[in-house]
Design a protein around this ligand. Structure first.
Ligand code: KIV
Ligand code: ZN
Length: 562
C-alpha cells in the first residue's frame, strides 16, 4: 500500500491522434516571441513592479529584441494603466514593437483597455475568458453556449472599438483560458466563433493563444492537441497559433518546443520563467536551446549577467543557481572527471578548424551568454588534478606538467578535505607557492655561480659546466664546487657528494611566465631517491638554470619533510 494517496487523481485524456506527424518534425527557425514578463510575470510577484521598474524592464525587453511585449492588464489597476500611458505618452515604444494588453471579456474592461492604448502605433488587444469544464461548472456555473457568447461579445466590442479608433495597428488575440482543461472540440468551437466574429482572414489574422494555463499532462499530449487543433481549424491561414505554457509539471519548455513542432507559430513566455505559480515558460531557455542547435534565436541573450541583474532588481526575485543557461553554477564543474573533460575539450576547441562548439559537459560556450571562463572549473574536495592544473594555467600561466599534477593534486585535496571548503584560484596559487616555490627548509640555496670551461657551445663536453654553490643545510652552510654536463647535473653531483643523499633527476620541465624581456622561467623537477621515493619541486627565477636548481632544492626539501 503506497503512503501517497495517488487514487485521488485521475489521468489526463489522450487526444487519440494516431497519425500524428509532429514527432518527425524538426524546429528550424525561431517562432514569433512574445514576452509576458510585465503582465503574467508581474501579476505573480509578491510586490508587483512600480511604473519606473516596469519602464526599466520594458527597455530591457526591447534591448533583448522582443517585438511583441505584453505590457499589462491596464483595466485592472491604476499602476498598470499609468504604465501603458507612460510608454505611449513618452514615446518609449519603438516603431517595430507591438505592445500587448490583456483584458477579460467584459465591456467596461475592454473600453478602459482601449483608453489605455490610445495613440499606440502597434498594439495587440488580448481578450480571454475561461473555457474549461472546471471553470464552467465550478466557477462560473455557465453552459458551453454561455461561455461562447462571452467570447463572441468581447470580440465584437474589440472589433467595434478598433474600427472606431481608426488605428490599423491594432491586432487581436484571443485566449480560451484554461485550454488544457477544455475539451478540444469545444475549444475549437469557441475559437471558430471568435474568428467568425472578428472576420479573421489571411489578411486580418487573429492570434489564437492556446494556453497551458495549468500544465496537466506530458508535453506530447499537449503537442497532439496543437496538431489536432491546427488540422481541424476551418481556416488555418486566418490564425496565428500561439502557445503560452505554465510550468506546473516542470515541462513548460518541452511543451512549447513540441507545440512548435506540432504547428504553433508563436510562443509566449517570460525571462527566467517568472509567472503564476511555477512560472511561465522560460524564454531564455527555449531561445538558447534553439541557439545550441545552430538556429538563430532572434533574441539577444549575449549578456545574461546584466539581464539577470535587472530582472532581480526589478522583480525582487532570485534566479536559481541551477537554472538552465542563466544560473550561477551552470557552467561550473567541481568533479574531477568533468573538469578533466572540459579542460581537454576547451583545448581541442582552440584547435578546431570549423569552430563548432564541441566541449564535453558544456552544451553552450559560456562566453556566448556573457559569462567568463573564470568559473568553469572550481575546486573542492570532489575535484581532480586536471581541474587544479586548469585553474593554475588559466589564471596564472602555470603549466604543471602531467607527471607533477598528481603530486600537487594531493596537496590541494588534503586542504579541501580538511577544511571542507571550496578553494579559490588565489588559494590554489598560494598553496602552489607554499608547497614548492618558497621552500627553504632544511636546504636553502644561498649562492650559486655557474661557468663553462669551454665557451664554445660546439665543444662543450660531458663535464664542462662548473658550479660553485653555497647552500644552508641542517648542519650549517655547505660550500662546494662541482662539475657536470650542465648546471643541473653539476648541482646534483655537488649536493649528492656533500649531503650524502643519493638522488637523480627523474623528470624535468620548464616554461616562461610572461612574454616580455623580464619574463621569468618556471622549472619543475622530479627527483628519484635511492629508496624509490619520488619527490616533486618547482623553482622560479629570471635565469632558467637557477630556476631549475631552485626546483631541485624544493624537491629535496619536500622529500625530507616529516
Ligand atoms: O495562463 C493563462 O492562461 C493566461 C491567459 C490570460 C492567457 O495567462
Ligand atoms: Zn499565464
Amino acid at each position: 500500500m503506497s503512503a501517497m494517496n495517488y487514487r485521488k487523481y485521475a489521468s489526463y485524456p489522450q487526444v487519440g491522434l494516431t497519425d500524428r506527424t509532429w514527432p518527425d518534425k524538426t524546429i528550424t527557425r525561431a517562432p514569433v516571441w512574445c514576452s509576458v514578463d510585465l503582465r503574467d510575470g508581474n501579476q505573480a510577484l509578491p510586490i508587483p513592479m512600480s511604473v519606473d521598474e516596469k519602464v526599466e524592464y520594458f527597455r530591457l525587453l526591447v534591448s533583448v529584441g522582443f517585438k511583441e511585449i505584453e505590457v499589462g492588464f491596464p483595466s485592472a489597476s491604476a499602476t498598470e494603466f499609468a504604465f501603458v500611458r507612460r510608454l505611449i505618452d513618452n514615446h518609449l515604444i519603438p516603431d517595430d514593437v507591438s505592445i500587448q494588453v490583456l483584458t477579460q471579456s467584459r465591456e467596461h474592461l475592454i473600453r478602459r483597455t482601449f483608453e489605455a492604448i490610445q495613440g499606440a502605433k502597434n498594439a495587440v488587444v488580448h481578450l480571454y475568458n475561461s473555457t474549461s469544464r472546471q471553470q464552467r461548472d465550478i466557477v462560473f456555473r455557465m453552459s458551453c453556449e454561455e461561455i461562447i457568447s462571452i467570447a463572441v461579445a468581447g470580440t465584437r466590442l474589440v472589433r467595434e472599438l478598433k474600427e472606431a479608433s481608426g488605428n490599423p495597428g491594432i491586432r487581436f488575440e484571443y485566449s480560451p483560458e484554461s485550454f488544457t482543461g477544455t475539451e478540444l472540440n469545444y475549444a475549437l468551437d469557441v475559437c471558430h466563433a471568435v474568428m467568425e466574429e472578428w472576420g479573421a482572414s489571411a489578411e486580418n489574422k487573429v492570434i489564437l493563444n492556446l494556453p497551458s494555463t495549468v500544465e496537466l499532462s506530458t508535453p506530447n499530449i499537449y503537442a497532439d492537441r496543437i496538431e489536432w487543433f491546427c488540422r481541424n481549424i476551418s481556416n488555418r491561414d486566418a490564425a496565428i497559433i500561439s502557445v503560452h505554457a505554465h510550468n506546473d509539471r516542470g515541462t513548460a519548455v518541452a511543451t512549447s518546443e513540441l507545440a512548435l513542432m506540432a504547428g504553433a507559430d508563436r510562443i509566449e513566455g517570460a525571462l527566467f520563467g517568472n509567472g503564476e505559480r511555477c512560472g511561465n515558460m522560460d524564454i531564455i531557455i527555449m531561445a538558447l536551446n534553439l541557439m545550441t542547435q545552430g538556429i538563430d534565436p532572434k533574441l539577444d541573450f549575449s549578456d545574461l549577467p546584466h539581464i539577470r541583474e535587472v530582472y532581480s532588481r526589478c522583480t525582487r526575485m532570485t534566479v536559481h543557481a541551477r537554472q538552465p543557461y542563466s544560473g550561477e553554477l551552470v557552467y561550473t564543474a567541481f568533479s574531477g572527471s568533468h573538469q578533466d573533460a572540459i579542460s581537454k575539450g576547451m583545448k581541442a576547441h582552440k584547435r578546431s578548424p570549423d569552430g563548432i562548439w564541441d566541449v564535453p559537459y558544456l552544451p553552450i560556450d559560456p562566453q556566448d551568454v556573457g559569462c567568463t571562463y573564470e568559473a568553469i572549473v572550481r575546486i573542492n574536495s570532489q575535484s581532480g588534478k586536471g581541474g587544479i592544473a586548469y585553474v593554475l594555467e588559466k589564471d596564472y600561466g602555470i603549466l604543471i606538467p602531467k607527471w607533477m599534477q598528481p603530486d600537487f593534486g594531493n596537496a590541494v585535496q588534503e586542504v579541501a578535505d580538511r577544511t571542507g571548503d571550496e578553494l579559490s584560484p588565489e588559494q590554489i596559487h598560494e598553496l602552489f607557492q607554499k608547497e614548492y616555490i618558497g621552500s627553504t627548509s632544511p636546504y636553502q640555496l644561498k649562492k650559486c655561480n655557474i661557468s663553462w670551461s669551454d665557451e664554445d657551445p660546439e665543444h662543450i663536453d660531458e663535464v664542462s659546466t662548473l658550479i660553485s654553490c653555497s647552500v644552508l643545510g641542517p648542519k650549517g652552510e655547505i660550500t662546494f664546487k662541482a662539475k657536470g654536463n650542465g648546471p643541473l647535473d653539476a648541482f646534483v653531483r655537488g649536493m649528492v657528494s656533500h649531503t650524502g643523499i643519493e638522488f637523480h633527476v627523474d623528470e624535468y620541465s620548464e616554461h616562461a611566465i610572461g612574454h616580455s624581456s623580464d619574463a621569468l622561467a618556471l622549472s619543475y623537477i622530479r627527483l628519484a631517491f635511492e629508496n624509490g621515493v619520488l619527490s616533486c619541486g618547482s623553482g622560479i627565477d629570471s635565469n632558467i638554470s637557477l630556476a631549475s636548481i631552485k626546483a631541485i632544492v624544493s624537491a629535496l626539501n619536500r622529500s625530507l619533510r616529516s
